[in-house]
Design a protein around this ligand. Structure first.
Ligand code: BES
Ligand code: ZN
Ligand code: ZN
Length: 508
C-alpha cells in the first residue's frame, strides 16, 4: 500500500473510501472539524447515526455510510476512537488497523483518510501511528496455503491535509510509520515460517537479503568460524541437529563506529526448541518455531534502524541454532566452555537459549558498547509471572531499564522491571563447573530471574538489559494491528528496539 500526504478538502475528494475518526460522545461532546465538514456534506448523516444511538464513537466500533452523490467519495467509514481524554498513539494504531481491514473487506483500492484532532498528539506523530497501525493491521502470513482469500489490500492511502504547513513533517511521519511496520512484519514473517524452512541457514540468508536491501553490513559466521571463536555454549546446543548453526552480525554505520555511540542488540535464535534430551512435552513443544522470536525482533529492528538512518553505530547479533535430539546432541551433565572461558554444567538441555546468548553477550564486548540489550523467548517462568500482556526486563542499569520501559509504553510493547536477586545464583552453583545452566527442579522458582542471573555472568560492560518475551511472542487476538489466529507471531520487540535506538540517537 502506497501512502502519501495530499493537500485537499475531504468533502470534495474523489475516492473509493474515506476513513474518518470520531471520539466518543458524538459531535457535540468532542467536535472534530474534519468530521463535522463531512457530516455537513452528508446532510447530517453522521449526527443522525449518533442521535439514533447507532454509533457512539466507542473504540473499535465503525459505521459505514454511502454518500449517494452528496460528496464524491463512494463510501465513508467512521471509526470510533473512544474517550478523547484517553487518546494515545496506540489508539490511533488500532483505529487505523480496523479502518484499513474494513477497506480490504470492501475491496477498496483507493482510500483516503483524515487525521483526528488531538490536543496531546502532533500530526506527524499521529500519521506515523496511522501508517504503522494500518500496515501492521493489513499484515497477513499466507505461508504455504494453496488457496488464499480473494480480497487484496488497498493500493493507495491518501492522508488529506488542509494546508501545506506541516506537509513535509507529515510525509516523514508516513515514512517512519512504514519503517516501523515493515521491520515488525519481517519479524512476524520469520517467526511464522515453519521450522523445516526457517533453519539457521535460512535466517542468515534472510538477514543477508534484508541487509543488502537497506544498506546494512552483514557478516555470517559458519560453524568453523564459530568454533574458532571458542563459542562452546552455542556449539553445544547446535551439535544435535543436522542444520548447522550460524552467528549473524548486522551492522548499521559500521564505517562510523569510531565517531558514533555503539548500541548492541542480541536476539535468541533457536529455530526449533524440542528441549533436546530434556525433552519438552507433546503440548509444550507446539509453538516452539517461535523460539527465534528474539532473533526476529533484532533483525526486524535493524531493518527499521537502517531505514530511519539513525546517527548511531548499531550492531545486531543473532546466534542461531536448532535444539534437537540425536546421537550427537548434548546431554544433561555435559560440561561446555563458553567463549569467555567460563565452564557450564548442563543441567537441562531445554535451557538452551541462555547458552546461545552467553556467547553472543561475550562477543558484544568487543564493540565497547554504550549499552547492550538482549531479547529472548527465554523462560516459561516469565509467562507464569507476567502472563501475555507484558514482557519482563532485567538488567544491570536502572536508567537503561527505565528508558526501555518508557519506549515500550509508547510502542505498546510493554515491559515490566524484574529483579535479579543474589539468591537466584544459589541454584546455579555447580560441583564440577563454574556455573550450571539451570537450577534444576529447585530452580523452577523464579526461573526467569535465575536465567537473567545466568546471563549476567557473561556481561562485562556496565549497561545491559535482558528482555524475556516468552509470554508476548504469540498473538492473543486482542490487538487490531496484530492480526492472525491466536498463536501467530506478534513481532514483539522489533518496534520497541528500533524506537529505543531512535530515542538514543535523539539524546546522543
Ligand atoms: N524456549 C523455552 C521458553 C519458552 C517457554 C518460550 C514457553 C515460549 C513459551 C526455553 O528454552 C525453555 O525451555 N526454558 C525452560 C528453562 C528451564 C529448563 C530452566 C523453561 O522455562 O521451562
Ligand atoms: Zn528450551
Ligand atoms: Zn528455548
Amino acid at each position: 500500500m502506497d501512502m502519501r500526504a495530499v493537500v485537499a478538502p475531504a468533502a470534495t475528494y474523489e475516492t473509493e473510501l474515506l476513513v474518518v475518526y470520531s471520539f466518543e460522545g458524538g459531535m457535540a461532546a468532542a467536535p472534530n472539524a474534519a468530521v463535522r465538514a463531512i457530516d455537513e456534506a452528508l446532510n447530517g448523516a453522521i449526527a443522525e447515526l449518533v442521535a439514533a444511538g447507532d454509533f457512539a464513537g466507542k473504540m473499535g466500533t465503525m459505521a459505514l455510510l454511502y454518500p449517494r452523490g452528496a460528496m464524491p467519495a463512494q463510501r465513508v467509514i467512521v471509526v470510533g476512537l473512544g474517550d478523547s481524554e484517553a487518546f494515545t498513539v496506540d489508539v490511533m494504531r488500532r483505529a487505523a488497523a480496523l479502518g484499513l481491514q474494513r477497506a480490504r473487506e470492501l475491496n477498496a483500492k483507493r482510500v483516503a483518510t483524515i487525521l483526528p484532532d488531538s490536543e496531546h498528539e502532533t500530526a506527524p506523530g499521529l500519521v506515523q501511528a496511522l501508517a504503522e497501525g494500518g500496515l501492521l493491521g493489513l499484515y497477513r502470513y499466507v505461508g504455504y496455503k494453496s488457496e488464499v482469500e480473494a480480497n487484496h489490500p488497498p493500493e493507495q492511502l491518501d492522508v488529506l491535509r488542509t494546508d501545506e504547513d506541516d506537509l513535509d513533517a507529515v510525509q516523514s511521519g508516513i515514512v517512519a510509520g512504514r519503517a516501523f511496520a515493515e521491520g515488525a512484519a519481517l519479524a512476524r514473517d520469520l517467526i511464522n515460517t515453519p521450522p523445516n524452512i526457517c533453519t539457521p541457514t535460512y535466517m542468515a540468508q534472510q538477514a543477508q537479503a534484508m541487509a543488502t536491501d537497506v544498506g546494512l553490513s552483514c557478516k555470517i559466521l559458519e560453524k568453523q568460524q564459530i568454533g574458532a571463536l571458542k563459542m562452546g555454549a552455542l556449539l553445544a546446543v547446535a551439535q544435535g541437529s543436522d542444520h548447522p548453526p550460524r552467528f549473524i552480525i548486522l551492522e548499521h554505520n559500521a564505517d562510523r563506529a569510531d565517531e558514533l555511540d555503539t548500541l548492541v542488540l542480541v536476539g535468541k535464535g533457536v529455530t526449533f526448541d524440542t528441549g533436546g534430551y530434556s525433552l519438552k512435552s507433546r503440548d509444550g513443544m507446539v509453538g516452539m518455531k517461535a523460539d527465534m522470536g528474539g532473533a526476529a525482533a533484532v533483525i526486524g529492528a535493524m531493518r527499521t534502524i537502517a531505514q530511519l538512518n539513525l546517527a548511531l553505530h548499531v550492531v545486531g547479533l543473532v546466534p542461531t541454532a536448532d535444539n534437537m535430539v540425536s546421537g550427537t546432541a548434548y546431554r544433561p551433565q555435559d560440561v561446555v566452555l563458553a567463549s569467555n572461558g567460563k565452564s557450564i554444567e548442563i543441567i537441562s538441555t531445554d535451557a538452551e537459549g541462555r547458552l546461545l546468548l552467553a556467547d553472543a553477550l561475550v562477543y558484544a564486548k568487543r564493540y565497547e558498547p554504550k549499552a547492550v540489550v538482549d531479547i529472548a523467548t527465554l523462560t516459561g517462568g516469565i509467562v507464569i509471572g507476567l502472563g501475555h500482556p507484558v514482557a519482563g526486563v532485567f538488567g544491570t542499569d536502572d536508567g537503561l531499564i527505565d528508558e526501555l520501559c518508557k519506549v515500550g509504553a509508547a510502542t505498546h510493547e510493554r515491559l515490566w522491571h524484574m529483579p535479579i536477586f543474589d539468591e537466584y545464583g544459589k541454584s546455579l552453583e555447580s560441583d564440577v563447573a563454574d556455573t550450571r545452566n539451570s537450577g534444576g527442579e529447585a530452580g523452577r522458582a523464579g526461573s526467569a530471574g535465575v536465567a537473567a542471573y545466568f546471563l549476567r555472568q557473561f556481561v562485562d560492560y556496565p549497561r545491559w538489559a535482558h528482555i524475556d518475551i516468552a509470554g508476548t511472542m504469540r498473538n492473543q487476538g486482542d490487538t487490531p494491528y496484530v492480526p492472525g489466529k491466536n498463536g501467530s507471531a506478534t513481532g514483539f520487540g522489533a518496534r520497541l528496539l528500533a524506537a529505543w535506538a531512535q530515542q538514543q540517537s535523539a539524546t546522543a
